[in-house]
Design a protein around this ligand. Structure first.
Ligand SMILES: Cc1cc2nc3c(=O)[nH]c(=O)nc-3n(C[C@H](O)[C@H](O)[C@H](O)COP(=O)(O)OP(=O)(O)OC[C@H]3O[C@@H](n4cnc5c(N)ncnc54)[C@H](O)[C@@H]3O)c2cc1C
Length: 404
């Protein structure tokens, strides 16, 4: 048995096939319809729940795979089917990741299953960080959480924007400032459980792509949550704030911790879209004839295909490396999580654009999926940290300088 292998094990291959079959038979045939409808594809989420794919148990199992590869594999297969529907299925894992990153084991046990519910009683979760004036700069959050000691409650006020599942989620995990003077170090995460008064959906956004995934504002207006909803607990928060006030180094801020854990999975989603576009273009280029021969007979097209395949595979390798490093506790000394998301995101945009070119006019119209894949791909250079922010993280990591 060699020490090093890039082969998936039997269990991983089985899960990969199972998710792929669902993506091929259920998600892909529904993709065009839900893109046009721009609505949450409840029937598809229900199907996923019925077979156990949309469930806390499945996600927990994928999250805890010791090699780290299962989560990216699942993400790639789902988005290969369709990114919008995949995000409708995967959106709740963002809320879960927020709980996982900062919650105690007891809080995880209590709140995590509620992010998914059961096949008969589906639930959604959302992770609310971004605000109108705090996107890339997550240190400047204005949403405030104030402790009401008499009642042992936190009172949350503020507006979050661009939130996946925002306002339609049952559980909202929200990052708020508890001490604005401390910037990012004065922030904490809270679970806002189902039925809590003071949470409302603002505007729902009409988007360029991933249109089956719901994105909206969430408004917290004197929203009161019990003290136990503070992720990590009060004692830990007080200690963290005291350290910050003394000017000691922090071990990691609430929002950034979550993003670190989710970046390779997001990169894997981009790989799924890029792979779909590569495969489609390859088939098309072999079929389509001009000048009496298949267009792939021309180097101009064949070399595009070669570059597409190379970049898709390179993206996957970066994603797998970062996921493996995360799972095995290797430090991200060169921003490897960011590298995976940066490269895979930009690859997805590039590969889907090449796909449109290879299909010519057919690539530009909705009879073929490649224009949708291009629209979907673009979000991967924006959310979970823009490409510029990923480059900042990598540049800072490798240079040791506070590059701005
Ligand atoms: C469909 C969708 C779903 C989303 N889902 C969620 C969600 O579930 N939860 C959540 O909290 N957020 C979510 N977001 C928000 C997303 O993470 C932000 O849009 C993203 O972080 C960028 O923030 P911004 O839009 O405010 O852009 P800005 O921060 O205003 O950036 C604008 C431009 O300036 C660049 N820029 C900013 N600062 C620098 C710098 N220092 N150096 C170089 N360039 C810089 C950026 O890279 C970008 O190109 C979602 C967004 C979208 C569109």
């Amino acid at each position: 048995m060699p020490d090093f292998s890039l082969e998936l094990n039997e269990d991983q291959l089985q899960v990969q096939k199972w998710v792929h079959d669902f993506a091929e038979s259920v998600i892909r045939p529904a993709a065009h319809e839900w893109d046009e409808r721009e609505e949450t594809p409840w029937p598809i989420i229900e199907e996923a729940a019925k077979i156990g794919l949309y469930s806390f148990d499945f996600v927990a199992n994928a999250f805890t795979d010791p090699t780290g590869l299962l989560m990216p594999v699942v993400n790639e297969e789902l988005t290969w089917g369709d990114a919008g529907i995949a995000l409708a299925i995967l959106g709740s894992t963002l809320g879960l990741a927020g709980i996982f990153a900062n919650g105690t084991p007891e809080q995880l046990m209590e709140w995590a299953p509620q992010c998914f519910g059961t096949p008969d009683d589906l639930k959604l979760a959302a992770f609310c960080v971004s605000e109108p004036d705090a996107g890339s700069d997550v240190s400047s959050l204005r949403t405030r959480a104030v402790y009401d000691e008499a009642k042992d409650e936190w009172v949350v006020n503020g507006t979050k924007t661009w939130i996946t599942n925002g306002g339609i989620a049952n559980t909202h995990v929200v990052v708020a400032s508890v001490d604005p003077e401390l910037g990012a170090r004065g922030q904490a995460s809270f679970v806002v459980p189902e039925g809590t008064p003071g949470v409302a959906m603002g505007q729902k956004f009409k988007k360029m792509g991933i249109r089956a995934s719901h994105t909206a504002e969430v408004i917290f207006d004197d929203c009161r949550v019990p003290g136990r909803c503070l992720l990590g607990g009060k004692e830990k928060l007080d200690a963290k704030l005291a350290r910050a006030r003394e000017g000691q180094r922090s071990s990691g801020q609430a929002a950034m911790k979550t993003f670190e854990a989710t970046r390779p999975a997001v990169g894997a989603q981009a790989v799924g879209i890029a792979r779909a576009a590569y495969e489609y273009s390859l088939d098309y280029a072999k079929e389509r004839k001009q000048f009496g021969r298949p267009i792939i007979d021309n180097q101009g097209i064949a070399f595009k295909i070669a570059d597409m395949k190379t970049r898709v595979d390179a993206s996957r390798l970066l994603v797998w490396r970062a996921a493996w490093m995360g799972a095995t506790g290797k430090p991200f000394e060169a921003g490897e999580g960011s590298m995976s998301k940066l490269f895979a995101g930009e690859t997805a945009v590039w590969v889907t654009e090449q796909a449109i070119q290879i299909l010519g006019g057919a690539g530009y119209v909705r009879e073929h999926p490649v224009e949708r894949w291009h629209r979907d791909a673009k979000i991967y250079t924006i959310f979970e940290g823009t490409s510029e922010i990923q480059r900042l993280i990598i540049a800072r990591a490798v240079s040791g300088m506070h590059v701005r």
